[in-house]
Design a protein around this ligand. Structure first.
Ligand code: HEM
Ligand SMILES: [Cu+2]
Length: 632
């Protein structure tokens, strides 16, 4: 660990030169496309996800402008339908899951002491599929045919009888395309976390962020199939006369709802749990002590992921289901609050027994806890069936969604940005501007979204482009809209800070926060090979108690260790593949395939399929080892 062991010896420099020549991505445009470096791809996931966040945010700003006053005519009812449908679909699929994946793909190898993810080329492929599936879905806006049946796209509204245009086909095929990226990414994370941890990092020493990434990935593997099947059924019914959801022909619209929510509820945990993992890294660092109840928090994360598969019917309490089954799902939904409470009290316990340093990452983390508690309580309220009958499909639900996914996940992501940015870019973000951004976001968010609980209790429906004067809703909506715009200013202050701080360039150094986990052992930004010597781990907080020693350099080839799943005993060094541009060809071929399905052009479908197979074979084919002559 040259950065820990003080001045760099000549031998270390030579070693670094060798490793750089093995791992560096050349500075050519082709290499830029072909790179399989997890750090570069992780950042691309984050940039692209935030580009979609920006678009989703503009859609929300227009929605709130339309609802600023009663009977407003800023946008038409049809345009409003497209705006909230695309806002929800964008935020839930194209922003929140990819941004969490981006942090996971960037951080996981560094946190486990590895040089790469298990499948670097698959990572490149899944990034390109994410990007192109997002562009595919947004192409619909060009012709004014954006999906307009909401983010959960209920039939019969989304069936061909009531949605004759291509709007819903963009939704269905676009998410089928996107799902390939999610499943590929999940496989990558699971194998990396279970098989590539540094020697000695046994499962009980694994950082909590990795428990949340692992749970997110395993849940994604099980959650995606019901959505995939549902979307396939919808397209087959819309264009090939199959019968699944059409009640007149013996189908059932409730089948869609079951399929969507068997996916959909686990999905909300998939896009929430990694943010709790981020908090479990930030809170101990700024409380200057290990996490209280580490093992319980790891278990609570897994249990939340598991129970999340048994509560989906709470989205369907108003469809007229038998009392008994609803009561079961109501009770199950309430039990989710138990593992969530374990996490909350563990964070509060760590803060209570710690010496808190109120840096910007910690402020975002504290706001996360406060807003998650509010979102959690409103969640438990909606699990009470009679209450849900009153507030389902009202603005109370809109408030609940945003307290958990914006007040929770988004604030968690901002804590992560301020915490890991110095590691990723090598310089510190300005604390003053950071604190400004935090307070403006915190006040704007709560002023914007809290009144929505009341609008909902007063009966304001969600997804309706206007409301009438004299119903007690005007003042609440004026406050909400102003709050949301203040929130937007706070968000933009952080964007400004990224560039403003670059001017001042305060170097970060390897471990600016004095944190405990391995990513802070690497340089800032990390070198192409992450670690000159693979770390050997002897404790859970290795940088706090000296529980890490330098291991093998593995500088003969692009090597990183494979270790056993539970104890992380070294099995052997495995070779990582080199950059390869065929991953992009495969994803473009898939785009052609899905465009062929959209326009029902079968030659395109066949061509796309053939090129996908051929190009995938090219980047999956084992290549010969590029061995570097080791000094005798
Ligand atoms: C950036 C600030 C955001 C603002 C101002 C905002 C605003 C809104 C508003 C006003 C609606 C309700 C539209 C209606 O029914 O009348 C809405 C719906 C929704 N929002 Fe957001 N939102 C934001 C961020 C997010 C984030 C970060 C997520 C998730 C990660 C999210 C997920 C959703 C979902 C799923 C819906 C439901 C869409 C539907 O009904 O199909 N939003 N948002
Ligand atoms: Cu749910």
């Amino acid at each position: 660990m040259s950065s820990i062991a003080g001045p760099i010896s000549e031998g270390d420099l030579e070693l670094k030169r060798r490793l750089t020549s093995l791992w560096e991505t050349p500075h050519t445009w082709l290499a830029w496309i072909a790179t399989v470096d997890h750090k570069k791809l992780g950042k691309r996931y984050i940039y692209t996800a935030f580009a979609f966040f920006f678009i989703g945010g503009v859609e929300a700003a227009i929605i709130r402008a339309q609802l600023f006053r009663p009977e407003n005519t800023l946008v038409s009812p049809e345009a409003f339908n497209q705006l909230f449908s695309m806002h929800g679909t964008t935020m839930m699929f194209l922003f929140v899951q990819p941004v969490l994946s981006g942090f996971s793909f960037y951080l996981t190898p560094l946190m486990i002491g590895s040089r790469e993810l298990a499948f670097p080329r698959l990572n490149a492929f899944s990034y390109f599929v994410f990007l192109l599936s997002g562009i595919f879905i947004y192409w619909s806006f060009i012709g004014g045919h954006a999906p307009d049946a909401g983010w959960f796209n209920y039939t019969p509204l989304s069936s061909i009888k009531y949605s004759t245009g291509v709007n819903i086909d963009y939704y269905a095929l676009g998410l089928l395309f996107f799902g390939i990226s999610t499943t590929a990414g999940a496989c990558n994370s699971i194998v990396t976390i279970l098989k590539m941890r540094a020697p000695g990092m046994s499962i009980d020493r694994m950082p909590l962020f990795l428990w949340s990434s692992l749970t997110m990935s395993v849940a994604a593997i099980f959650a995606m199939p019901p959505l995939t099947v549902g979307l396939g059924m919808l397209e087959l019914e819309r264009h090939w006369h199959f019968i699944f959801f059409d009640v007149q022909r013996g189908g059932s619209p409730l089948l869609w709802q079951h399929l969507f929510w068997v996916f959909g509820h686990p999905w909300v945990y998939i896009v929430f749990l990694p943010a709790t993992g981020m908090l479990s890294m930030v809170v101990p660092t700024f409380s200057r002590r290990p996490m209280v109840g580490h093992t319980f928090v790891a278990l609570a994360t897994v249990v939340t992921g598991l129970v999340g598969f048994g509560v989906w019917v709470h989205h369907m309490f108003a469809v007229g289901m038998p009392q008994l089954s609803m009561s079961f799902f109501g009770a199950a939904s309430m039990t989710v609050s138990i593992p969530s409470a374990v996490q909350i009290f563990a964070w509060l316990g760590t803060i209570w027994y710690g010496r808190v340093v109120f840096k910007t990452p910690m402020l975002f983390a504290l706001a996360f806890v406060f807003q998650f508690v509010i979102g959690g309580i409103s969640g438990v309220m909606t699990a009470a069936i009679p209450f849900d009958w009153q507030i389902t499909d009202t603005y109370f639900i809109v408030a609940h969604i945003h307290y958990v996914l914006a007040g929770g996940t988004l604030f968690g992501v901002f804590a992560a940005i301020y915490y890991w940015f110095p590691k990723m870019y090598g310089y510190m973000l300005d604390e003053r501007v950071g604190k400004w951004s935090f307070w403006v976001m915190f006040i704007g968010f709560n002023v914007g979204f809290f009144p929505m609980h009341i609008s909902g209790l007063l009966g304001m429906p969600r997804r309706v482009y206007t409301y009438l004067p004299g119903e007690g809703l005007t003042a609440l909506n004026v406050i909400s809209t102003i709050g949301v715009y203040v929130f937007a200013i706070g968000l933009l202050l952080t964007l400004f800070n990224l560039f403003w701080s670059r001017r001042a360039w305060v170097p970060a150094g390897p471990n600016p926060w004095g944190a405990a986990t391995l990513e802070w052992l690497a340089e800032s930004p990390p070198e192409h090979f992450n670690f000159a010597h693979i770390p050997v781990v002897h404790s859970r907080e290795p940088l706090w108690d000296g529980g890490v020693t330098p291991g093998p350099a593995y500088d003969e080839a692009r090597l990183t260790p494979r270790t056993s799943t539970l104890d992380a005993t070294l099995e052997e060094p495995i070779e990582m593949p080199e950059d390869n541009a065929w991953t992009l060809v495969s994803s473009i071929a898939l785009l052609v395939l899905f465009a062929g399905l959209l326009y029902r052009s079968y030659p395109w479908v066949i061509a796309g399929f053939a090129v996908t197979l051929f190009s995938a074979a090219r980047w999956m084919w084992p290549t010969t080892t590029k061995l570097l002559e080791t000094e005798a």
